[in-house]
Write a protein that binds this ligand. Structure first.
Ligand SMILES: [Zn+2]
Length: 202
């Protein structure tokens, strides 16, 4: 993977966001930043939300099979501060940030004033609505850099910016993989559940 880190720039502080639909390579790009930080021997800390109920546990895993261990963070700001104090990282990498609460996101954003923070996540849910606190961070103009990734639309191959839910139900959080979601372009995407859906259990 090291040859894929050639164009990865790592400022000493600030917030870099990696956003895009599911299956666009957000975690892969996040891990490339991590590998580059390790290559130049920065002290790193890798995090993801405890509320991510995927089977991947204490790892950040990519859809192309890469995996790294990480700390799980809850909604407890004091614990996060303790972890930062103990590890004293120069660069922090956070995946799946759509599942973090606004107060944890605000704390991580504050940490980026003195350290490098790279975050990856979904900014919009399957309906195209704000997902978590990431849109607020973007609107606040705090990020140093925003890397917008696109996937290939699963229907027509055009650039896809949206995540299509393939199963019934309209709860915002419904963990799943390729059996439940796919990337879609503007033309092919629909914010509505699939035809025949009966589960409107908000
Ligand atoms: Zn399409």
């Amino acid at each position: 993977m090291s040859d894929q880190t050639r164009n990865i720039c790592l400022p000493t502080k600030g917030l870099i966001l990696i956003i895009g639909p599911m299956f666009c390579g957000k975690s892969t790009l996040l891990l490339r930043h991590l590998v580059q930080a390790e290559k130049i021997e920065l002290r790193t800390l890798t995090l993801k939300p405890k509320t991510d109920t995927s089977v991947r546990g204490t790892h950040i895993s990519t859809h192309d099979g890469q995996s790294r261990t990480c700390h799980l963070i809850s909604d407890d700001v004091i614990s996060l501060e303790g972890l930062i104090f103990h590890e004293n990282p120069q660069a922090i990498f956070v995946d799946e940030v759509q599942f973090l609460s606004p107060k944890i996101m605000a704390k991580i954003s504050e940490i980026s004033l003195t350290r490098l923070v790279v975050m990856a996540g979904l900014a919009e849910d399957f309906r195209g609505k704000d997902f978590g606190a990431l849109p607020e961070i973007i609107r606040g103009g705090k990020p140093l850099k925003i890397l917008h990734l696109t996937a290939a639309c699963a229907r027509c191959g055009s650039p896809a910016l949206h995540t299509q839910r393939l199963t019934q139900g309209k709860n915002q959080i419904s963990p799943g993989g390729a059996e439940q979601y796919e990337p879609r372009c503007d033309e092919c995407w629909s914010p509505q559940p699939p035809e025949g859906s009966v589960s409107w259990n908000v």
